[in-house]
Design a binder for this molecule. Structure first.
Ligand code: NAD
Length: 285
């Protein structure tokens, strides 16, 4: 069993991005800029936004967080995004999810200019991804593809079972793996007999938000297991969706939580923001 070390790879990518940002500044004067919109006081969201801001600082990016109260109106969020769309110092716009129930998330995500959509959630970029065209790809699945590539794991022809079918994790993960010529199955809360599907998989990718969802008897010998889940265990530890201690010995490769997919997500956000800044710099010339 080998650990897929997302923390180490994320650091390597961050260093490359910092260099890229320095180079961009030296050649065009442009500093990559990220705007984050944070609505409400969810502690997990606040922690994620804090981590993203620190990562921007490390990479030499400009970043700004727009904090808004829980009862903010849809119109006020739209207005702020439109301002960021027009702001030449901003290359990427990130709406920290989830938004409060009274806000229409789909509509909000559609307001983000596709060239500033560094989370890859705008339908324009979703469409480009599913048709195999270049564009912005959601950070978590993109980071997983980078991690697989780093360890020379080629998904081509492999049976991949994705557990979780959200727009931000499962669905774009499926599109990326399909584009890489894998055979892809997507399971979700209504899937009958989850074990039947996971047992057939060379690569299991799980992002459901359920502690110990993937148990030892659900994983074939030498499978590759990618744990996307982030959960708080009753004892306060951060854990994934995989019963790690029991499953890991059976696998050929596995991601730990923390230190697997999580750091890669942040590294990809930086990478996408640099890419946006490079595109904007080119458009200016
Ligand atoms: P979500 O609630 O939007 O989607 C969860 C998905 O899992 C749904 O498709 C649901 O049908 C499925 N599911 C839930 N329970 C299941 C079960 N018992 N069996 C099979 N499928 C089940 O959540 P999300 O935003 O996609 O996040 C999923 C998990 O990934 C969470 O733990 C989240 O914290 C984590 N996450 C991690 C990162 C990262 O950077 N590592 C990024 C995003 C999300």
């Amino acid at each position: 069993m080998q650990i897929l070390d997302g923390k180490a790879l994320a650091q390597k990518i961050e260093e490359k991005v910092s260099l890229g940002a320095k180079e961009l500044k030296a050649t065009t004067g442009r500093v990559p800029g990220l705007a984050v919109i944070l609505v409400g006081h969810d502690p997990a969201s606040q922690a994620y936004v804090g981590m993203k801001k620190k990562a921007c600082d490390r990479a030499g990016f400009y970043s700004v967080t727009h904090e808004m109260p829980d009862d903010i109106s849809q119109e006020a969020i739209v207005k702020t995004i439109e301002m960021m769309n027009q702001n030449p110092n901003i290359d990427g716009i990130l709406i920290q999810l989830p938004l409060p129930k009274h806000i229409d998330t789909t509509k909000i995500l559609e307001v983000v200019a596709p060239t500033k959509d560094v989370d890859g959630f705008h339908p324009y970029n979703v469409g480009r991804l599913t048709t195999g065209l270049s564009g912005f790809v959601p950070c978590t699945p993109l980071g997983i593809m980078e991690l697989l590539a780093e360890y020379k794991i080629d998904p081509k022809g492999k049976n991949c079972c994705i557990v979780g079918a959200s727009n931000i994790v499962g669905k774009p993960m499926a599109a990326l793996l399909l584009n890489a010529n894998a055979t892809v199955e997507i399971c979700h809360i209504f899937t009958d007999d989850l074990k039947k599907h996971t047992l057939n998989a060379d690569i299991i990718l799980v992002g459901a938000g359920v502690i110990n969802l993937i148990k030892e008897d659900m994983v074939q010998e030498n499978a590759i297991v990618i744990d996307i889940g982030i959960n708080r265990a009753p004892d306060g530890r951060l854990v994934g969706d995989v019963d790690y201690d029991a499953v890991a010995p059976k696998t050929s490769y596995i991601t730990p939580v923390p230190g697997g997919v999580g750091p890669m997500t942040i590294a990809m956000l930086l990478s996408n923001t640099l890419k946006a800044a490079q595109i904007h710099a080119q458009e200016e010339n």
